[in-house]
Design a protein around this ligand. Sequence first.
Ligand code: TXA
Ligand code: MG
Length: 313
Amino acid sequence: MDSLTEKIAPADAEGIARAARILRDGGLVAFPTETVYGLGADATNGRAVAGIFAAKGRPRFNPLIVHVQGLAEAERHAIFSDIARRLAARFWPGALTLVLPRATTALSELVSAGLSTVALRVPSHPVAQRLLREAGLPIAAPSANSSGRVSATLASHVEDALQDKVDVILDGGPTALGLESTVIGFDGARPVLLRPGAIARDDIEAVSGPLQKAGANIQSPGQMESHYAPDATLRLNASTVEQGEALLGFGPSSDATLNLSIRGDLKEAAANLFAMLRELDKNARRIAVMPIPDTGLGEAINDRLRRAAAGRE
Ligand code: TXA
Ligand code: MG
């Protein structure tokens, strides 16, 4: 076996048991969630959490999402308001992250990067759930990509970026949603959309009422810098394709090199987004992207595309 494939383990009982041991020993485990792959460490172990930042090459300590088994466990780490509890009841397990005031907790300070809040999520992916149960620990996990690069939706994407830096990569196949979780924080009692993601704004607002825009009072540090960048340059809202460009299509198109969703389905487009950007990035220096409506999941897709287009300066 070569060193490249040794890191990937099937997400079966044996693989998960091994990954749980590695987490308890302070190591790093990449694992599938329903959104994207995560790069996980014991959230109560500051040295293990520091290992995540080192592995990702994060320019500074952005706060991390702590993954837990359920609402009861989450309530030991953070102070829930009524709206937060309603959102958790409706969307957990699932692609919702809540940023809440920290309780007195065993969580490492580093997961909060010095803030008085902590981001919590209960993933629905069966491998993530089983890993959380077997490790018996909260797991801090950002998306399993190098800092500033496109998120991983396959175990092989993780391997490309982090093979030397992670102890094991649990292979659970392609992630179903393909976009990171929606991150909601609070400005006092008012819910704030910190990052559009795999649960559309309308679905959240049906439970929480209107979401505020992130602003001066509250923001998401990881959202400040340009993110999700491929090597190729991106041209958005392209109606035609120019010479030397690969075209990422949406809806019917005879010119598309790859198509996010021929039938114009935003869910399908979200699931394909990162893998198709990676694929086009291998062969093209310039990628043109057809317009994507800004409704439903389109808000998060367009957010990621704008960041990718902004480059990494
Ligand atoms: O779907 C997901 O959310 C994936 C999977 C692995 O769970 N994780 C993920 O993590 O995307 P990451 O680290 O790439 O993004 C976490 C986002 C960042 O924008 C970060 O700034 C924000 O959550 N965040 C975390 N803790 C925060 C806090 N205390 N206050 C404000 N924003 C926070
Ligand atoms: Mg990320």
